[in-house]
Design a protein around this ligand. Sequence first.
Ligand code: NAD
Length: 474
Amino acid sequence: MSAEQEGQNFLASVDRYFEKAAAATDHHEGLLEQIKICNSVYSFRFPIRQGDGYKVVKGWRAEHSHHKLPVKGGIRYSMETSEDEVIALATLMTYKCAIVDVPFGGAKGAIKINPKDFEKDDLESVTRRYTTELIRKNFIGPAIDVPAPDYGTGPREMAWIADTYLAFHSEQIDALGCVTGKSVPQGGIRGRTEATGLGTYFGLKEACSHEDDMKKIGLESGMEGKTFVVQGLGNVGYYAAKFCSEEGGAKLIGVAEYEGSIHKEDGIDLEKLIAFRKETGSIMGFEGATDLPSRESALELECDILIPAALENQITVKNADRIRAKIIGESANGPITANAEAILEEKGIMIIPDVYLNAGGVTVSYFEWLKNLSHVRFGRMGKRFEQGAYDRILNIVESQTGRTLTKEERQTVARGADETDLVYSGLEETMITAYNQIREIRKQNDRVDNLRTAAFVNAIDKVALCYLELGIFP
Ligand code: NAD
C-alpha cells in the first residue's frame, strides 16, 4: 500500500472514531462538522542540497483546530508520510489536548525525507528552510503554532527550529516558546524524555485503582503484583515498563522487540535486559527467559496488562482472538485496528485508548511552553523556602515529642520540590483527572460503549463548548 493510501485509511479511521462519538453527543451538525474538519493545511515544496546535488522535497504543516491557540503537534521526517497522514495526526492532537486539558488546538508537520540519507549539515539546512517556510506563512510562533519532535526528529532539530525562529524574531521575548522538546540547556524541561511512558504508568495505575471496574474483568484493584507484557523497548515502552515495575510493583513477564519476543513467568529484570540487549544486540537468549516463536508471540501471552508501545496496527483480526490480556494500555498510536477492537471487546478485554494514555508527552510539552513563557525553571523560587518551612515544622515535632529525627528522616520530609518533582506531579494530576472524566462519561452516557468513544466524546464536548462560547467572527 502506498504512503498516500495509508494516510487516507488512517484519516478515515480517525474520522470513524469521531463519527461514532459524535453520535453519542447532542451537538449541532454544523458544529460537529467544524470540529471534525482540518482548518488549514500548508503544503509546500522546496529545494535542498544533498551532497553535491539538489533535490526538491515536500513539506506540510496542518493546523486542525484553532479553537485554542497556539496549536501544537510534532514534526516528522519520513518517506512514508503523506498529506492525509499529517491531517489525521493533527486531528488526533486536537482531541488529545482536549482530553488532558492542555489548552492548545491540534497540529502536525512533516517533511518527506529519510533523515538517514542526509549528512548532519544538510539536515540542518532542511530543518532551517522548513522553519523559514513556516515563518513566512505564519505557521509557527509561541502564540500561533508550536511544533515538537516526532518520528525522525529530536532535541537537535528542535534547537535548529528555535534558533531559526529567534533569528527572525529577536525582539520577541517569548520566542523560545515557539517549539518544545528542546534539550534542557536550550530551554527544555526536565521530565520530558520519560513523560509518555510515565503518563502511561499513571493512566494504568488509575484505571487499576477502580475496584468495580477491575472486578468486572476478574482482577483485584491496584497495580501491585499485576503481570504485564510490553511491546517495544524504545522511549515509551522502556519508561512505561520501568515505572510500572519499579513504582507500581507490577511484574514484567514478556517483552516483544523487533528481533523477537521472550517470556519469563517469574519476572524480567528490565535493566538487566536492556544491558543484555546492548551487549548482544538482541533480547533473545536472555538468561532464564524462554525465546518465543515470533516477535508477535509475546502479545498473546496470558497477562493482566498488555502495553503495545512500538507502532500501529499490531493487534489485527489475525491475532485479536488469541490475545489473553485483561487490559490493553495503548501506549503506541493506533496499535489496535478497528475490526480487532470489536473482537477484543467481545472477549471482555478493557482497552485504555491511545488518545488518552499516551498524552503524557504533549502534557509535559505544555509545561515546557509554560516554562519558556515564564522564563524561570519550575521550583527555583519556592524550593528552599518550602524546605525551610518543613524544617521549622519538624523542629516543633522534635521539641514536642522529645525525639530527634535522623538525618535521613529529616531529608525525606524536609524537601522542597524541584522541576522534576513538579513535572511528575502535574503529569500525575493530569492523567488521573482525565481518566476519571472519561470513565464518568462511559458510565453516565448510555450511548457510549467503551473508553475510546468516551475519550472522543470528552474531547468533542470540550471543543464544542469552546466554539460555542467564542461565537463566530464576524
Ligand atoms: P521508539 O522508536 O523510541 O521505540 C519503538 C521501539 O519499538 C523500538 O525499540 C523498536 O525496535 C521497537 N519495534 C519496532 N518494530 C517492532 C515490532 N514489529 N515489534 C516489536 N517492537 C518493535 O519510539 P517511541 O517514541 O517509543 O514511540 C513508540 C510509539 O509511541 C509510537 O507509536 C509513537 O507514535 C507513540 N508515541 C510516542 C510519544 C513520545 O513521546 N515518544 C508520544 C505519543 C505517542
